[in-house]
Write a protein that binds this ligand. Structure first.
Ligand SMILES: *Cc1c(COP(=O)(O)O)cnc(C)c1O
Length: 404
């Protein structure tokens, strides 16, 4: 394979063979307009000032980089946790929604739409819409509306309208289809806030840039703590890929830094009950992007299955498909029971209850090999408050930690 210089997006919106913008003609003008202005807006002084101020005073950034002493001893490395779980609304998603709503305002948009699965991105979007006094419609699969009752109430309390989607399997993929349909009907006045590094170009790159504050801070914090601004290993979980993209952004072309990603294996990558897109997906087009997609032999998109609602997506960001295919990143498939056990372990050893999604990254510590002086930075993408019931219902997966 020819040696490309960068793993970042190219001028055409591709990461290797992945990416692009495969959209209905009616959206062409809208997406083209965003593509032509997003970099200029993101890099403008005015945008940066507002964005950085909100991240500091509203989200609570910088998020700490915490040296996990007991876990370091156990895994034979020097493990630092990047604490996105301490952000306002409990995860990294707010970094992106703050940025996109500022983008929408600068572009003169009057109305916000979003899709959500578990409701985490819906809540993060409804939050910034309340903050900016913008009308907000969130599409959510009807099954998810039922399963994620608390987040639905949260979105409504924040003033958003939640529209249950009854087509297909009534989950995230169907909600995304419906959001795209809405966008097609209102391309002029509506801004679609996408929740991960997925969708048509420029979304994957825009979301990666908005999350890149994570690795910008890691650089500064490592310099402060160890006198060197790069780790040996970076670790993160991947659903669509946004917290991972933010974690690796400033190191993506730095060969000194190994990248380890954890995707959701569900019951097992080879069981058919999985969300391990990188392990089981084939090249296809999903939600405007050419990427790996979990699909049936005749090309129908499959339902993703995982204990973690936030990793339950049958696609993957084009950046990550490329990183995996070209072996820049090592990707482990982590099964439900391994993730639950890892969550209990972090809880008991460091007093941090992680989100189920983040627990997949923690479980990958078991699979990787480290030298004893390796500096490892692992992003804890969110907090586990939303998952406590699932943890208690699955104590049987927690091994020695489950006896209480
Ligand atoms: C949504 C979510 C994820 C998965 O999304 P990415 O775009 O892959 O980061 C991971 N962790 C938490 C806590 C989430 O809420």
């Amino acid at each position: 394979m020819e040696d490309k210089k960068t793993f970042q997006v190219d001028e055409r919106g591709f990461y290797g063979e992945f990416g692009g913008a495969y959209i209905p003609e009616i959206l062409y003008g809208t997406v083209e307009n965003l593509k032509n202005c997003y970099l200029e807006i993101l890099e403008s002084e005015e945008f940066q000032k507002e964005y950085i101020e909100l991240l500091r005073d509203y989200v609570g950034r910088p998020s700490p980089l915490y040296y996990a002493r007991r876990m370091s001893e156990k895994y034979g490395c020097r493990l630092y946790l990047k604490r996105e779980d301490l952000n306002h609304t409990g995860a990294h998603k707010i970094n992106n929604t703050i940025g996109q709503i500022l983008m929408a305002k600068k572009m003169g948009k009057k109305r916000i739409i979003a899709e959500t699965g578990a409701g985490q991105h819906g809540v993060a979007t409804a939050t910034v819409c309340a903050l900016m006094d913008m009308p907000c419609v969130v599409y959510q699969g009807a099954l998810d509306v039922e399963r994620q009752h608390t987040n639905v109430e949260r979105m409504k309390m924040l003033g958003a309208e939640v529209r249950p989607v009854t087509s297909g399997n009534q989950t995230l993929k169907d909600a995304t289809n419906e959001a795209i349909r809405d966008w097609c009907c209102h391309p002029q006045d509506t801004f679609y806030i996408i929740g991960s590094t997925v969708g048509p170009h420029p979304y994957p790159d825009m979301v990666a840039r908005l999350q890149s504050i994570i690795s910008k801070e890691i650089k500064e914090q490592l310099q402060d703590k160890i006198g060197r601004d790069y780790p040996d290993v970076l670790m993160a979980c991947v659903g669509g890929g946004s917290n991972a993209a933010g974690t690796i952004y400033h190191y993506i072309d730095d060969a000194r830094v190994r990248i380890i990603l954890a995707e959701a294996g569900g019951l097992g990558a080879d069981t058919g009950h999985t969300a391990a897109t990188i392990h089981t997906g084939r090249l296809g087009i999903l939600h405007g992007s050419r990427t790996l997609v979990m699909q049936t032999p005749d090309g129908q998109v499959m339902e993703a299955e995982s204990i973690s609602a936030g990793l339950d997506y049958p696609g993957i960001g084009p950046m990550h498909a490329n990183l995996a295919t070209r072996h820049r990143a090592t990707v482990y498939s982590i099964n439900d029971d391994e993730a639950v056990k890892a969550a209990y372990e972090l809880t008991r050893m460091e007093g941090i209850i992680p989100a189920l999604e983040s627990a997949h990254a923690i479980a990958a510590l078991q699979k990787a090999t480290f030298r004893h002086d390796d500096i490892v930075v692992l992003t804890v993408s969110g907090r586990g408050d939303k998952d406590v019931e699932t943890y208690l219902n699955n104590k049987n997966m927690a091994g020695e930690y489950g006896n209480f």
